[in-house]
Design a protein around this ligand. Structure first.
Ligand code: GLU
Length: 285
C-alpha cells in the first residue's frame, strides 16, 4: 500500500458564501482529475471563516451540488464511515498558533488603519471587480507594533512584505510568474480586527497541516499564491506545487460570480441539465 503522506494530496476548498457555479465545478473537476491521475487523495475543506458572508444553507447546498456533479473526495475526518469535510471554523487553534509564531518573529504587525484609511491613501476606485489597492508603505507600522498583545482581536494584523523582492510562483500550467513584493502587492492582512483569520493565513496553515502536495485553484488567486509563499517561508513550512486553472466566463466575457444564479449548479440542474452535460461544459485545462 502507498504511504498516503508521500503520494499526491489535493484539496477542493469552497467558500459557502453562495451556491457553487460552473467555475467551481471546473476547478474541482480538474483537481479531481489530477488527484486521480496520480492515484492520490482529495480533501474537501469548507472555508467558512467569514461568518458574515457564509451561510449554513450554502454549506448544505455545496454537499448536494458536489454530490450531484460527481465531485467526490476521499479523505477527511471519519463521519460514521463516510469522509467528512474539514471545516475551517472548527480549526481556529491552528491559525492562532501561526499568528503567534508570526507575531513573535516580527513578521506581522498590528495595523490600526481602517479599510477607509487605506482607500483614501491610495484613492482606489470602488468598482467591485477592481483589484485590492496595494497597501501604501507609509501606512506601515513600526517594527514590533503589537508584539505585546496576547490575542489578535481588536486590530488588523498585516504581514510586512520584503519590498522589492521578486517572488516566483512556479505554476504547473503557466510556468514561472514573477511578482514584486511591495509593488504588485503590499503588506497584506493575516488576521482581521473582528477576530477572523484572513484567507491567506488560514489557507497556508491548512494546506501545510493537511500535507497538501498540489493546490489547484482559479487563476484569480495567482497573486495570492505569491503572498502565501512569503507566509510559507516565514512559518518554515513545506511549499506545495500550484496549478492555477482558467476561470469560467459568461457570454459577455465576465467571470462568473456567486450572484449569477443562472450558472449555479443547482440553477442548471433545475433547468433539467444533466450532470454529464454540465461536465461536458467544463474545460480540461
Ligand atoms: N475558498 C477559496 C474560494 O472559494 C478558494 C481558496 C483556495 O483554493 O485556495 O475562492
Amino acid at each position: 500500500m502507498k504511504d498516503p503522506m508521500t503520494s499526491y494530496r489535493g484539496r477542493i476548498a469552497p467558500t459557502p458564501s453562495g451556491y457553487l457555479h460552473l467555475g467551481h465545478a471546473q476547478t474541482f473537476a480538474i483537481a479531481q482529475k489530477r488527484a486521480k491521475a496520480q492515484g492520490g487523495r482529495l480533501i474537501l475543506r469548507v472555508e467558512d471563516l467569514d461568518e458574515a458572508r457564509c451561510k449554513a444553507e450554502f454549506t448544505q447546498g455545496l454537499y448536494e451540488d458536489l454530490h450531484w456533479a460527481g465531485l467526490t473526495w476521499n479523505e477527511g475526518p471519519d463521519v460514521g464511515g463516510l469522509y467528512g469535510p474539514y471545516i475551517q471554523s472548527q480549526r481556529r487553534a491552528f491559525y492562532l498558533k501561526a499568528w503567534e509564531v508570526l507575531k513573535n518573529k516580527g513578521a506581522i504587525y498590528a495595523c490600526t488603519h481602517s479599510r477607509k484609511d487605506v482607500e483614501n491613501a491610495t484613492q482606489a476606485p470602488h468598482e467591485e471587480d477592481e483589484a485590492e489597492p496595494v497597501f501604501p508603505r507609509r501606512l506601515r507600522a513600526v517594527e514590533g507594533a503589537g508584539q505585546e498583545r496576547s490575542v489578535p482581536a481588536g486590530v488588523n494584523w498585516r504581514f510586512r512584505v520584503p519590498d522589492g523582492e521578486k517572488i516566483f510562483v512556479l505554476d504547473e500550467r503557466l510556468g514561472p510568474i514573477i511578482y514584486v513584493a511591495g509593488e504588485d502587492f503590499g503588506d497584506f492582512l493575516v488576521w482581521r480586527r473582528d477576530d477572523v483569520p484572513a484567507y491567506e493565513l488560514a489557507v497556508v496553515v491548512d494546506d501545510a497541516e493537511m500535507a497538501i502536495t498540489e493546490v489547484v485553484r482559479g487563476e484569480d488567486l495567482l497573486k495570492s499564491t505569491a503572498r502565501q509563499l512569503l507566509l510559507y517561508r516565514a512559518l518554515g513550512l513545506a511549499v506545495p506545487a500550484f496549478c492555477h486553472v482558467p476561470l469560467v466566463k459568461d457570454s459577455s466575457g465576465r467571470r462568473l460570480a456567486k450572484r449569477d444564479n443562472a450558472m449555479s449548479l443547482r440553477g442548471l440542474r433545475e433547468k433539467g441539465i444533466s450532470r454529464e452535460q454540465v461536465r461536458g461544459l467544463l474545460s480540461d485545462a
